[in-house]
Design a protein around this ligand. Structure first.
Ligand code: DGJ
Length: 727
């Protein structure tokens, strides 16, 4: 998969689908040559053209005015040494200078794909699956070694990247920026597709044309955030859901991130992705090294759906781990939107009593069972049962006796000022003494850069998990960071705290998921504030949004599917009118939207009418029958809510023997449009029976002639679901 042509000085990473090529240019600069569909044989004629460009300086000690770092396509550019575009790395030396100039030193190719210490990353199951190239570069003045790490999988259109910096000098240095990757691309007119959002409206797909200047996708909240997912795709102008090139970049990281895309003076594009340099600095003593998170890059020639497929397969198969990686996920009843903090044993018993006959498989007790928490003003950090309110052991037993699983909510990273933990350890919250702390949801953030703090929460959680039989944990995180300051480190290390906080979160997740391999963990951050590949490494599913309105969920789930697999996306039916938006939508459509994810309910079952209960039974029976296809089949966006009034999603089994088609219409208009939806990825030679209507169609027919929606339907937010089975 990886070769080095010593004559041409070209590194070639190729598999049956893609090639990634770069060369060692004059002066030991690494120059990017190509990333895209597989090149059978690279003949090396595309060395970078040289030109004497005014105001673009040349290499030190060289009289060649045609060779400049300022227009060379580079693999990883330094700072303040001739390339005026954005640097991938900035280091402050002990003399205060901020110059970095890394030149090629050596390389090695290894089978497999090494794990990153303390960080989540994509993995291999055996070493034949991937190869890894490590290229060492040196800054001779600073005596630093920078290792650029590239892995290519045998059968996937994926190249992963990360970087490592080692201080070989006898002076400390401060890293002020260190990206996971840089990708310089030749002159081309790209569109950028990305996933901005906000609380309760996460991952709203946007597409913009890139022009000269810098576009930034970033978070400064020390969370991957509701506001900007750590993902970007560069696509051709004519790329759509099914056609054209799409180059996707995804960070496997849950903290401050930044993906910068700069279109330079001659319309070349530079993409730099990694930890955000905002308020970041890392003090590196002699002999120490720093490891960046991983960036995953994928290349699709089959449009955005093609890109999503590559991400879905990789995230499901080689990022998610553990017992639940491929397990059918249980159908949940969660008490949050039904009771909020207002519950007692009796109310919880009711939930279980109602849920079981409907076919629900797991009861999740949400926020409010610990400390003395009756609203969101207290008790975070006090992970002991509020015995005045609930007998947790009994509720768990009751749930198990009823034949259901039992899940519990935690928010491990947080601390309330009104908590025993804060009273005992006020310095365990992130804060600068003497300065007021910004409150958010009336809570503060624990200093997880301190191992003793992580340890305390670990011990408290173990005490509960060892005493009560728990099958599932919902891991919440309900605020972003401010006053990021640890009272346990010296001033020259304060710039490290945001990243160390995330490393602390990962270490707790790692310890708990290892100690409790039979617990299914679900990530959550005030809805989908931390829906990212880093969390997915520890937790195979997450709660995408606190917005459970089916209308908004169409967009949230569609946007999320751009990168993340359906098996990672929980979706619950809640009450109508919806509590967040006041919108009324039929029980059927609410069910159909939620069924296109990891299904569950989040409402007071006792308040359902008999007719609604019958619908719940039907939905559950249908979901159980098709759960595996939905959670693990190949998912396609046929019509997207961001570009069309109608929405269509298709799930196909890998052997093409069955498929589900979910169709929605957003607003009704008296245009009375007649919409024809064409399916994809079926076998044109096979016939399929529509189990809803008993009609038989050819695969070719479904894909080329298509289906009409039921024209009799009048009203907003209507849905239709068809199940096709090969005959
Ligand atoms: C935010 C979550 O997204 C909700 O589902 C719920 O768990 C609340 N937190 C509880 O505080």
């Amino acid at each position: 998969m990886i070769t080095f042509d010593s004559q041409q000085q070209v590194f070639n990473l190729s598999n049956s689908k893609i090639s990634y090529l770069f060369s060692i240019e004059e002066g030991g600069l690494l120059s990017h040559l190509y990333y895209g569909p597989r090149i059978r044989h690279y003949h090396g004629e595309r060395r970078y053209p040289r030109i004497d460009r005014g105001f673009s300086g040349n290499l030190p000690h060289s009289k060649d005015r045609t060779y400049s770092k300022d227009d060379l396509l580079q693999e990883y550019s330094g700072n303040n040494t001739g390339d005026y575009r954005l640097p991938a790395i900035t280091v402050k030396g002990s003399d205060g200078a901020r110059f970095t100039d890394f030149r090629y030193d050596s390389y090695r190719i290894i089978d497999g794909k090494p794990a990153l210490p303390g960080l989540p990353s994509s993995y291999v199951k055996d070493n034949d699956e991937a190869q890894t190239l490590e290229v060492n570069l040196k800054d001779a003045t600073l005596k630093l070694t920078l290792t650029l790490v590239y892995s290519i999988y045998k059968d996937r259109a994926v190249v992963t990247r990360n970087a490592r910096l080692q201080n070989n000098s006898n002076q400390p240095i401060d890293i002020e920026k260190i990206a996971s990757m840089q990708l310089d691309l030749t002159k081309h007119d790209y569109d950028l597709v990305y996933l901005p959002g906000q609380y309760a409206l996460e991952r709203q797909t946007r597409r913009v044309a890139l022009n000269q200047g810098i576009f930034e996708i970033s978070s400064r909240r020390d969370s991957s955030s509701h506001h900007m997912n750590p993902f970007a795709a560069l696509v051709d102008k004519d790329t759509d859901e099914f056609h054209g090139n799409a180059l996707g970049v995804l960070l496997v990281y849950s903290g401050n991130h930044k993906i910068s895309i700069e279109r330079d003076q001659i319309d070349q594009t530079r993409l730099i992705a990694g930890i955000n340099d905002f308020n970041f600095s890392w003090h590196l003593e002699p002999g120490e090294s720093f490891q960046t998170p991983e960036a995953i890059t994928v290349f699709s020639t089959k449009g955005l759906n093609g890109m999503s497929q590559i991400f879905h397969h990789l995230l499901r198969e080689r990022v998610a781990r553990g017992k639940f990686q491929y397990a059918d996920r249980p159908i949940v009843i969660n008490n949050w939107e039904a009771t909020f903090f207002d519950f007692n044993d009796q109310k919880l018993d009711e939930v279980v009593k109602e849920a079981k006959p409907l076919g629900i498989e797991m009861f999740v007790l949400d926020d409010g069972w610990f400390g003395h928490r009756n609203d969101d003003n207290s008790s975070l950090g006090d992970w002991f049962v509020n015995k005045d309110k609930v007998n947790l052991k009994r509720v768990a037993k009751q749930t198990h006796d009823a034949g259901m699983k039992f899940g519990l909510w935690f928010e491990p990273e947080m601390i309330s000022v009104d908590s025993d933990l804060y009273r005992k350890h006020p310095d365990w919250a992130l804060a600068e003494p003497g300065r007021g702390s910004t409150l958010s949801r009336n809570q503060l953030v624990l200093d997880f850069s301190r191992p003793e703090v992580v340890d305390n929460i670990f011990q408290q959680m173990c005490k509960i998990l060892d005493a009560v039989s728990i099958d599932y944990i919902k891991w919440d995180c309900n605020r972003n960071l401010t006053e990021v300051y640890s009272q346990a480190v010296s001033p020259d290390h304060e710039g490290e705290i945001a990243h160390r906080e995330i490393l602390g979160v990962y270490s707790l997740m790692d310890r708990l998921t290892k100690r409790y391999p039979n617990i299914l963990f679900e990530g959550c951050s005030g809805g989908g504030g931390r829906f990212d590949a880093g969390i997915l490494y520890y937790m195979p599913q997450s709660w995408p949004s606190d917005d459970t309105d089916a209308a908004e969920r169409l967009k949230i789930q569609d946007g999320t599917s751009l990168v993340y697999p359906i098996s990672s996306m929980s979706a619950h039916v809640s009450v109508s009118p919806n509590q967040q938006t006041g919108r009324s939508i039929s029980f059927k459509t609410r069910g159909d939207v939620a069924m296109a994810g990891v299904f569950g309910y989040e409402l007071d079952l006792a308040k359902l009418t008999d007719d609604e209960k019958q619908q719940v039974k039907k939905q559950i029976a249908f979901y159980k029958q098709h759960r595996h296809l939905i959670q693990y089949g190949d998912f396609y966006r046929l019509e997207s809510p961001f570009t069309s009034n109608t929405v269509a999603w298709e799930f196909v089994s890998p052997d093409k023997s069955e498929a589900l088609l979910f169709m929605f219409r957003q607003q009704h208009t008296n245009r009375m449009e007649i919409v024809n939806t064409k399916m994809v990825a079926l076998d044109p030679q096979r016939d399929y029976s529509d189990m809803t209507s008993d009609q038989v169609f050819g695969g070719d027919e479904l894909m080329n002639v298509g289906l009409y929606r039921d024209p009799k339907h009048v009203g907003d937010y209507l849905s239709e679901v068809h199940y096709f089975k090969e005959v």
